[in-house]
Write a protein that binds this ligand. Structure first.
Ligand SMILES: [Zn+2]
Length: 342
């Protein structure tokens, strides 16, 4: 959960001329029980990247791929890394540091001695592939920290990738802030009352409420969108249910503006209400958001995605496909959800 969530993150392996890459919308967590890897022709994908093609992978899907899978929308990034094994992770620690305005400086001492580079935020897909091409052109690197997004690491074998991953996890570990007193508990009675006869229920785990009961987390959560999967699965920023405001009024106001009911509602000092029809992927992203918010350094200024970035993500066909697959995932039981947090 702290490294990948739902359909996010991906892993690839290069064998001869083939790049095996996690397919779009599939869950790494299901790798042992389902076919989740698709195969593409590596040289041809690289040639298409050099031509600046928006989707360098789909046309290069090989027949050996399991039927019906599309290569990840982040295939370009994997093809460009020269390493045999590449992992791209939406690590909550990397995101929490990567959303800081001074994230690069904060990371420079943590990652000292590693061959690493910082990549400023650009949209996933072709713009990110291009930014990575440029970063790799300057120096040989094994680790890329993608601002407001996550981390990429490359190694020559699965064993060395594992070692590098363990090393990175140790160096990036943020932990929830120890110095700070824990966030106040949720007011479940108030949340239940507010949610009565609506599509909203209190969030299913105590830790999820901190983004509404902790003042700093609330301010960050409602001020903007932090990273791509936040926008894609939960919608931009997080919406506040203001004091005295009814959920029906808020939904009506949004409908008037052409917006649907938000996936989550933050009730200041009381907790988080979530829609009762959230998919498994959306719940995983909610847990990710809570973990990221609890790890953003107390003294940091936060950088959000620009409105144009969020609009680009929400209108991107490749992301619509991932959301469509997400709606078809089996919903884990409430019991499982409540225990899926580390
Ligand atoms: Zn990503």
């Amino acid at each position: 959960m702290t490294l990948v969530q739902g359909a996010g993150g991906n892993i690839s392996v290069k064998t001869d001329k083939t790049l095996w890459i996690k397919a779009s919308g599939t869950w790494l967590a299901k790798a042992m029980s389902e076919s989740i890897f698709s195969a593409v022709a590596l040289d041809c994908v690289r040639a298409r990247i050099a031509l600046g093609q928006a989707d360098p992978a789909s046309a290069e899907l090989l027949d050996i791929s399991p039927h019906g899978l599309r290569p990840s929308i982040e295939t370009g990034l994997h093809a460009l890394m020269p390493h045999a094994v590449v992992m791209h992770l939406h690590s909550v620690d990397a995101i929490a540091l990567g959303v800081c305005e001074d994230g690069m400086a904060r990371l420079s001492h943590r990652l000292e001695g590693l061959a690493w580079a910082w990549v400023s935020y650009v949209q996933p897909g072709q713009p990110l592939t291009e930014a990575i091409r440029q970063a790799l052109g300057h120096a040989a690197v094994d680790v890329l920290v993608l601002a407001n997004h996550g981390v990429v690491l490359g190694a020559e074998s699965v064993a060395s990738a594992r070692l590098l991953l363990d090393n990175l996890v140790r160096r990036l570990r943020q932990g929830p802030h120890q110095s700070q007193s824990p966030a106040p508990a949720a007011n479940l009675e108030k949340l239940r009352k507010l949610g009565q006869n609506t599509l909203y229920d209190p969030a299913p785990h105590p830790r999820l409420h901190a983004m509404a009961t902790d003042l700093r987390q609330f301010a960050i959560a409602t001020a903007g969108t932090l990273y791509p999967d936040h926008a894609v699965f939960l919608g931009p920023a997080a919406i506040e249910l203001r004091s005295g405001q009814l959920i029906s009024t808020l939904i009506a106001e949004r409908a008037h503006a052409g917006l649907g009911p938000p996936k989550l509602l933050l009730v200041p000092e009381a907790g988080v209400l979530i829609r009762n029809d959230l998919s498994a992927g959306e719940l995983a992203m909610l847990e990710c958001l809570a973990l990221v918010l609890s790890r953003i350094p107390q003294d940091a200024s936060v950088r959000y995605l620009a409105d144009t970035d969020v609009k680009a993500l929400l209108s991107w066909d490749a992301e619509k496909y991932r959301r469509h697959l997400d709606q078809q995932q089996e919903l884990p039981s409430l019991h499982h959800r409540a225990h899926s947090l580390p």
